[in-house]
Design a protein around this ligand. Sequence first.
Ligand SMILES: [Cu+2]
Length: 150
Amino acid sequence: MKYNTQSALRVIALLSVAAGVACKSETKEPAEKAGEAGEHATAAGGAKPTGDTVRVELYSDAVGNYFKPNDVHAKQGDVVRFTLKSGVHNVHFLPDSNTVKTGLPPASDLLQLPGQTYDMPVNFAEGKYYFQCDPHAALGMKGHLKVDEK
Ligand SMILES: [Cu+2]
């Protein structure tokens, strides 16, 4: 609850800033961001995955629907491997709930078979990200990914 409120305020603040920027220099900002994202992508893809595999499991059980852990820590170049343990879930880094909106992966497909995995390369700028399972977000199936520089 608390997070959602803060998150919403942050989004509103960001939109206000973005609107202000758009009026002044619409072409310059996106170009700079694209260039930066490109560099990160090259660095991450160029080196053979020296990064770690960070494991997260997805559950539906007597406890509820949840990511385990739901507070995830990774470095750029790592891969986060989401493994379905029970239930049916997906992984979605919602742009509306994240301050950084570029470079977020699209929502994953639904994982339906136990053992099924979704590997997500960590190509994110450093920072803290919110993700959720779309079918169970209202039931609290949410998590955070903190990304550090390599
Ligand atoms: Cu779910």
